[in-house]
Design a protein around this ligand. Structure first.
Ligand code: PEP
Ligand code: MG
Length: 581
């Protein structure tokens, strides 16, 4: 048995078989010379890899249609078409024969050449096809390069993914049915991949050095997503401890879930609204299931991440309607595209910048890519007709300049569409700049939502995606807590609603602290709401306010954590997740 210690990023206990996942890197592509007699074998390898890729895509298409509906199948047509393009295949065959090189190398040269040609053409549509070509060729290459890992599409039941790092798009691809847990070498607690893992209820740990080389594919694993521990081929003693801990955790979960249909009211009668953070339209069905007050944050960018081209107006209208319909009159907050950072869709240039978190992000990205923003806003305005409670939320607002520009756009587009009452528009406060423009933001926006994930990152200059920063990234830092209070106070004096939709809201004790600071609206992944509700129902507001006062006067993250851990608040799980409690 081997034991590894990492950092818990998604709570729970998981037992399963290691599935070592390696993303194919450009440097891993085998390149070698062949002799004349090998040509026909390389041609056959090409043919077989294309056939298998075709079957794989057809299978994936069927799954996506079954899960998300026909509207989402369009993206596969381009890829399937390319695999059937005889000219493209003939060029690779010729290259093998002429240059006497292996098929992987020939495919790579042809794709690189073709993409270069496409990058130079005027026509935007053609330029964007380069992405499809790269995507399809990566699929064929994966078929050609025998990986000892494998592909998601072939996941056996109860797999534990072991990877260097997972991108948000890769996490989205996970087949929840078969994935029992996730172990990564790097990745922060509030990276979007971690947020997705928590939203899916998949226990996960990160910071396990050399996991992909040390853990054999197929090994039996136990994940303790509370303490961040991993056992490889566990012995009987480790199995027994795991079983006890898991059973305690499951009992706690059952107690919290049993109270899910009770109102979220503190013992002394203060009502706290609990909203859902969702990433895809169909997830709004979870609102009724978990007795939530509405959608507090729909991260629309995930719809764009899944696609090799941006979804058009009609597809977006359908998606927003699908999301809004099950909610009746409950409030729905649709955030405009928040691209950039670790959320880079396939249709954007793939070049990796050294510092993506300080690149064009959120609203600044959308204002620069105005067509994308306009299409999205038109679709939201159209889909919201007949519903009074659909609101637009703008991410990464810097101040009155960008906010005013976007609000004016919403109004103008509403007028163009003949809509007399445009949707209300809110601003996310998640940049230090916004903190210094609160009065103006409150004046312009109809409501405000604090994004603690980014606010923490930019205030403390610590990457939310990096596991090595440890405590340097924590919402519990007294300065971050003081910033939150500033926003609440500004909202109160301007008569604007203030909610919190960062991950901080989903950790029970931290949520209690936020209520003590004055927040009355919390938005989180639906699966996380039961424990938050459970704790808040057992707490007294005065107790939470006293805790908040002491936290605001503390001098460090550790001091605040100690306060929370030793407070008389109900014992709940997630306590070991270090950046929030
Ligand atoms: C945040 O920053 O807290 C937030 C909710 O936005 P995201 O996590 O999508 O960046
Ligand atoms: Mg954010």
């Amino acid at each position: 048995m081997q034991q590894f210690s990492g950092k818990a990023i998604s709570p729970g206990y998981a037992e399963g078989t290691a599935f070592v996942y390696r993303r194919l890197d450009h440097r891993d592509i085998p390149r070698y010379e062949i002799v004349d007699s090998d040509v026909s074998m390389e041609h056959r390898r090409l043919h077989d890899a294309i056939t298998r890729s075709f079957q794989e895509l057809k299978q994936l298409e069927a799954q996506v249609v079954a899960r998300l509906g026909e509207a989402h199948s369009a993206i596969f047509a381009a890829h399937l078409g390319l695999l059937q393009d005889q000219q493209f295949v003939a060029r690779i065959r010729e290259r093998i024969q002429r240059d006497l090189i292996n098929v992987e190398h020939a495919l790579d040269i042809e794709v690189t050449d073709l993409c270069k040609v496409l990058a130079a053409v005027e026509n935007e549509y053609l330029r964007e096809r380069a992405q499809d070509i790269r995507d399809v060729s990566a699929r064929v290459l994966r078929q050609l390069v025998a990986e000892d890992g494998g592909r998601y599409e072939e996941l056996p039941p109860r797999s534990i993914i072991v990877a260097h790092e997972l991108l948000p798009s890769e996490t989205l691809d996970l087949d929840r049915e078969h994935v029992a847990g996730i172990v990564t070498e790097v990745g922060g607690e509030n990276s979007h991949a971690a947020i997705l893992a928590r939203a899916l209820g998949i226990p996960a740990i990160t910071g396990v050095a050399d996991a992909t080389s040390q853990i054999p594919h197929g090994a039996q694993l136990l994940i303790d997503g509370e303490r961040g521990l991993l056992s490889v081929t566990p012995n009987d003693a480790a199995k027994a401890t795991f079983t006890t801990l898991k059973s305690n955790y499951d009992d706690d979960t059952s107690a919290a879930v049993a109270a899910e249909n009770l109102d979220c009211i503190t013992r002394d009668g203060t009502r706290i609204s609990l909203f859902a953070n969702i990433n895809r339209p169909f997830e709004s069905r979870a609102i009724a299931e978990h007795h939530l007050d509405g959608v507090g944050l729909f991260r629309t960018e995930f719809m764009f991440l899944e696609s090799t081209e941006p979804p058009g107006y009609a597809r977006q209208v359908d998606a927003y309607r699908e999301m809004i319909t099950p909610l009746g009159d409950k409030p729905v907050v649709i955030r405009t595209l928040d691209l950039g950072g670790d959320k880079l869709p396939a249709f954007l240039a793939p070049e990796r910048r050294a510092n993506p978190l300080l690149g064009l992000r959120g609203l600044q990205f959308s204002l620069a890519e105005r067509k994308l923003l306009e299409t999205q806003l038109r679709a939201i305005i159209t889909a919201s007709q007949g519903h009074d409670n659909v609101r637009v939320l703008l991410p990464m607002v810097l101040g009155e300049g960008d906010l005013d520009e976007a609000i004016t756009l919403v109004r103008n587009l509403s007028t163009q569409l003949g809509v007399t009452s445009p949707p209300r528009v809110g601003a996310m406060v998640e940049t230090p700049s916004a903190l210094f423009a609160l009065d103006r933001i409150m004046h312009l926006a109809d409501f405000v939502c604090i994004g603690t994930n980014d606010l923490t990152q930019y205030m403390l200059a610590a990457d939310r995606n990096a596991s090595e920063v440890g405590d340097a990234y924590s919402v519990l830092h007294p300065s971050v807590l003081r910033a939150i209070v500033k926003v609440i106070e500004a909202g109160r004096s301007a008569g604007r609603e203030v909610s919190i939709c960062g991950e901080a809201a989903s950790y029970p004790k931290t949520a209690g602290l936020l209520v003590g600071l004055g927040v009355r609206q919390l938005s989180m992944s639906p699966l996380r709401a039961a424990r938050v509700r459970y704790l808040l129902r057992k707490a007294e507001l005065s107790q939470l306010e006293e805790l908040a006062e002491r936290a605001l006067n503390s001098s460090s993250v550790e001091a605040v954590r100690q306060l929370l851990q030793h407070s008389p608040l109900t014992r709940t799980h997630c306590d070991s997740v270090s950046n929030a409690v």
